[in-house]
Structure formats: C-alpha cells, structure tokens
Design a protein around this ligand. Structure first.
Ligand code: GCU
Length: 646
C-alpha cells in the first residue's frame, strides 16, 4: 500500500506505459486540467514527458468539430502515434482512462475505434448516514467500515480520500454519485438545506473527475424542513417550497445531478399519504429540477412490508410491477424510475424484474447491489459480475441493457484501508462500473482486467489463482445458501448467516413455505399468485411450466414435493444436499488455491484475505449444516450418499 488506503485498480504501475512516453493534451477546462495533472504525475514517475508542442507518442484533444456524442471518444493509432479525441471534456477523460487500462497495447499496431457509453446514467448510490444509526451503523448495509464522507456527524476535514475515490470511479466510467442513504434520517435531511455546504464540498471533489453529485431527499421535507403543514405534491405551497429549495441547491452546486427518492417504501414518507400517485410525487420534484437540467431517481422498491404471513394472496414479487406499470407514460421526462434487478431484494438468485421490460414510455435505470448484503457481506468472496451481466443481457424482446437508460450500483466502500473490507470485493465495484459503460463486456474478461490492473506485473500464477477463486464464486455462494431461487433463509435484521425459518412468519413477504412434503412459492397463474403473468412471452410460459422452468429458479416459481425431479436429474432434496456439500468443498478448494499464491501479494492484503477466507469457510459450513439438517428433518429423506447430516 502506498498510503493509508489501497490504490485498488489504479496503482502507480498502471500508468507505466503512458508515463514513459511523450504525451500531448490539448483543450481547456477543469477535466482537461485533471488529465494534465495525471499525465504530469505519470511522466514524473516513469520518465516520459508532457509534450504540448513537438513530437508525441500519444495525443489527447477535445475538438468541437468531431461528430461525437456526449462522453464518446475516438481511439486510433497510426504512424506511431496514438490519438484520443472527444467532443467534450468528459469524453476525453474516459479516453484517458481507456489508454491507462490498455497499458502497452495502446502503443502497439494500428487501430481505429470509437467508444461511447451504452447507458448515459451510471450512478453509484451510497447508503451513508452522516450520523451513526443505532441499528444500521453509519453505512446502511455497509461492510467496509464508516463513511468516507462523514465522521463523528460532520463532513471529514480531509477529503483527499474522496478525491481518490472519485478518480477510481471515473476510471471505471462512472459519472454520477448519490452521497447519502435512501432512508433519509433527520440529520441527513438537512443536507438539502442548511447543510448544503457539505454537499458542495463533496461535489467539488467529484467534479474534478466528471462525476455529478446527487442527494437522497426526504419526501416530507416541506414539513420537516420547511415547516409547512403538508407535503402534498399537488399543493402550491409544496411546489413552491421544492422550487425554492432546489434553486438554492443549484446556486451552490451548478452541476448538481438531482434527487434520489425512496417514497412509500419501508416506512419512508411518500405521496400515498395524500392519496396521490408515485407519478404525482416524482413529477413534483422533476418540475423543480427541470430548469437546471437535474433528474429524479424515483425508486420502484415499493411493497407491503407489513404483510400478514397467513395471507397467501399477497405476493411481494408482484408489488413493483403492480404499482408502477399503470403509471407508464405519466412521469415527467426527467424522472428515472430506478428498479431493482430482481422482483424481491438482491437475493443470490432471482428472476429478472418484469418491471424492467414493462415501462416503454418511462426512462428506467436498473439498480444492482455491490454491497453484498445478501451475498456474504464482503466476508465471502462473491464476484457478482456474472449475475449483473445476465440481468443486462436478459431478453425482453431486446436485452435489458437496451431498454434502460441507466445502471445504479449500491456502493460497497467505506473507510476501510482496502475500501471494501474484503480486498477482492473491489472487483464488484469495478465490474459494475464497467458494465454500465458497456453491458456487453464479458464478466470473466472484466475480472481478468481488474486482476491485471490491481495486481500489475505479478506472477501469472497469482492471476490464474485469483481467477480460479473468483470466477464462479457467485455460484459457490449460491450452492451453500438458499436453494433453487427460493431466497432469504438469512438471519433477520443483519442478513448474514443461515436462518431457514427466520423470515417465515414475519411481515416482510419473504416466505419459502417448506413443510414435510415440499417447498417453494407457487407464483403460477394456474394455481398461485399469478406473478408469472407479469412476464411477456416466452418467459410467462417458461416460468409457468414446471417442466420448463430453469432449475435455479424452480422454487421461486413453484411449490414442489421433495421428490420432484429437476431438469438436472436429481430430486429437489438430493440437489439441496449435493449442492450444500459441493459449495463448502468449493470454498475449501479456494483456500488451498489461495495458500499457494498468498506470498506473492502485499502482506497486509494477504492477511486480510486469509482472515476473510477463514470466516467464509466457517460460515459456509454453518449454512451447509443448517440447511441440510433442516430439510432432512422436514422431509425424513436421507442423503443418497450417506454423508453427515445432523
Ligand atoms: C433492503 C435493505 C434495506 C434498504 C432497502 C432499500 O431491504 O435491507 O437496508 O433500505 O433494501 O433498497 O431501500
């Protein structure tokens, strides 16, 4: 480590190829100054030279003539010179980091390419609180220490780490950040008004890397901050309050991105208190932001969290679609409907949310969770690139990536020296950022890219081992946790570790319905909640059919007997036993592989990884034994291979 935090995917070494050459930068403005500063530092370190006049090996230039979209850049090489051009400074910054990522490849052969982001909105959402929340801590669902923005209830004085973070995000292609938790508590509500100076100070750090700051706001702010008797979106006083508050924000932060809103969800206030719709609520804020070019990220994570478990007709999976599809076409153009990738809540396996394919007249962003709330909490290795890639490629006629305008990633970083608790969890943030830029990227290739940048110049054995450990780590986690898409089975509240019936009789709508005969949730149209009907063809029929439903989602869509034979030939209960033993074996293999190469990395990194892998193994064994024992006791069916079940 070169300072008190790890350099992640931008170690000095990543700049060797560029920094050992003659580099020209042409254009003016803040982002161009950023590129110049980067170039000067790289050249100082590696013996190259900024070459604003005369011969150069690589040239970066903003040229207004170029027929290029916002953020797009061209990347070409001929006659020994690599040339990056963009129509705007943001495009040039992306082009700069592209050259860094390419290393020596940027200076070999001839090429002529254009690169543009597939999704214009690429936002990282922090669930950070200013104050330490009594239950959730400072970062809600944060597994990497406190906030990098706030400490002891105040903005940190030293924001150099925020600057380093902005640089990392920009290097992955991120262009927006939301700095506070979607659950807006009292102190954080004030960021919008009397604490806006703190937001402005953060915006200054992010601005240098082309990243616009967004705020999560309290829908009831006209009451809680403005002293009005109502927050009714159709009330003139409320509209005037938001207009004035928003204007004041832009007076301090001219490039402010907009608001993120969790309304009428898990106890947060919203328009339903006034019998108004989500469109009324979102459009209220959109109207205030529109004159300044801002957007509202309105979250679709709306469901009844006070359900009676006896009530079999209410299905949480249906909720987002049922709430929002009737409103398609009624949102202002600067509203982005932010939809979680699955219909439930970031489980290790869920079908793709049908809402993503059902809002043709509304701008939509897909939300993914880099913070590993339900996927091992950054104590377990669980590389999620492949999961997100599946979501982005999922075909609703067109792939999800072609239907949405944005990708929002719930952040996994904190003030931990490795940023993410588990050093290998950095790969999740990297992959999410890069997939937002180009959803067609192969997640395994992205993993290799991350490894090569983060562990430069290292032994190929290390790279191979990291690849072997991380590739399919998502499937490994799935094997030893909740089976066949049924979800949850985690300890309520903190969501780490097994608790098969933990949520079974709670109000959260997250049930598995296991009894002595079988398990799973009947979401069919024929006999269940009808959720399958929210999908277009062919999915509505594929998921409806017991014979055709993919194994990994079987228990999400169907309630079946334990003796039901899966497409893979095993019975459900035998599959549960087999995968739970196999999942733990996979973790044991990961550890053996790691032990062979751990001496090749920085000692502090190795020590942290060792400690986390040991925790992962203990936790995986606990999962295996609790899940297997539960189903053995429920079903009475012994393991066909006679392994130890308690
Ligand atoms: C999950 C998570 C909460 C979070 C919520 C959300 O339910 O456990 O902490 O607030 O998602 O996305 O709003």
């Amino acid at each position: 480590m070169i300072s008190d935090f790890h350099p992640a995917w931008l170690p000095a070494e990543a700049f060797r190829a560029l920094g050992s050459r003659r580099v020209q930068v042409r254009g003016d403005g803040l982002l161009l100054d950023t590129v110049r500063t980067e170039v000067a530092a790289a050249c100082r370190r590696f013996g190259g030279a900024p070459a604003d006049t005369g011969l150069c090996d690589v040239s970066f230039a903003v040229s207004s003539q170029a027929d290029l979209a916002p953020e797009e850049f061209t990347y070409a090489r001929g006659e020994g010179v690599t040339v990056v051009r963009a129509a705007d400074p943001a495009g040039l910054l992306h082009g700069f980091f592209h050259v860094v990522r390419q290393g020596e490849r940027a200076f070999a052969g001839d090429f002529d390419e254009r690169h543009a982001p597939a999704l214009p909105i690429r936002l990282v959402s922090h669930w950070d609180n200013v104050d330490v929340h009594p239950v959730m801590g400072q970062v809600e669902r944060g597994y990497a220490g406190g906030s990098i923005f706030w400490s002891a209830g105040r903005l940190r004085e030293d924001l150099s780490r925020v600057r380093a973070y902005a640089r990392l995000l920009a290097a992955g292609g991120i262009n927006a950040v939301a700095i506070n938790n979607v659950n807006v508590h009292e102190a954080e509500a004030h960021l919008l008004t009397d604490r806006i100076g703190e937001v402005a100070a953060l915006a200054e750090q992010f601005r240098a890397y082309g990243i616009r700051v967004h705020l999560s706001v309290d829908f009831a702010a006209p009451i809680t901050l403005g002293g009005l008797p109502t927050a009714d979106p159709l009330d003139e006083r409320v509209r005037a309050w938001w207009a004035q508050a928003t204007q004041a924000v832009y007076a301090r932060i001219p490039d402010f991105g907009g608001y993120v809103v969790k309304a009428d969800s898990e106890g947060q206030p919203g328009p339903s208190a006034y019998a108004r719709s989500h469109a009324d609520g979102a459009n209220l804020l959109a109207e205030a932001l529109a004159p300044f070019g801002g957007v509202v990220h309105w979250r679709a994570f709306v469901y009844n969290h006070r359900q009676d478990w006896r009530d079999r007709s209410t299905d949480r999976a249906r909720a987002a679609y049922d709430h929002f599809t009737p409103l398609d076409g009624r949102f202002a153009p600067n509203v982005i409907l932010q939809v979680k990738h699955g219909p439930m809540d970031f489980q290790v396996r869920e079908p793709v949310s049908p809402l993503l394919g059902a809002m043709p007249s509304t701008p939509v962003a897909v939300e993914v969770q880099a913070t590993q709330e339900y996927t091992g909490q950054q104590r377990h290795v669980c590389y999620l690139g492949p999961m997100w890639s599946e979501v982005l490629r999922f075909p609703f006629g067109r792939p999800v990536a072609g239907l949405v305008q944005g990708m929002v990633t719930v952040a996994n970083v904190g003030d931990d020296p490795f940023w993410t608790g588990h050093p290998l969890a950095q790969a999740n943030l990297y992959a999410a950022a890069r997939l937002g830029w180009n959803p067609a990227l192969d997640p395994l290739a992205l993993l290799d890219e991350w490894i090569a940048l983060t562990f430069p110049g290292h032994d190929p054995a290390l790279r191979e081992a990291l690849r072997a450990i991380m590739d399919e780590s998502w499937q490994a986690y799935e094997r030893y946790t909740a089976p066949l898409g049924v979800g949850f089975m985690v300890r309520p509240g903190h969501h780490y570790g097994p608790d098969v019936d933990g949520y079974e009789y709670t109000p959260w709508g997250t049930y598995h319905f296991a009894d002595r005969d079988g398990i799973g949730v009947d979401r069919t149209r024929a006999t269940g909640t009808g959720f399958t009907g929210q999908y277009p063809s062919p999915w509505r029929d594929l998921y409806e059919s017991l014979a055709d439903c993919p194994d990994e989602l079987l228990l999400f869509f169907h309630h079946v007997p334990y003796a039901h034979v899966l497409r893979n030939g095993a019975t459900v209960v035998q599959h549960i036993y087999d995968t739970h033993f196999a999942g733990v074996e996979r973790v044991e293999a990961m550890i053996l592989r790691w032990q062979q190469v751990s001496g090749l990395v920085d000692e502090a990194v190795a020590a942290r990884i060792n400690e986390r892998l040991a925790q992962q193994l203990r936790s995986a064994e606990e999962w295996r034994d609790q899940v297997n024992t539960y189903f053995y006791r429920k079903s009475g069916v012994p393991d066909a291979r006679g392994r130890r079940i308690y």
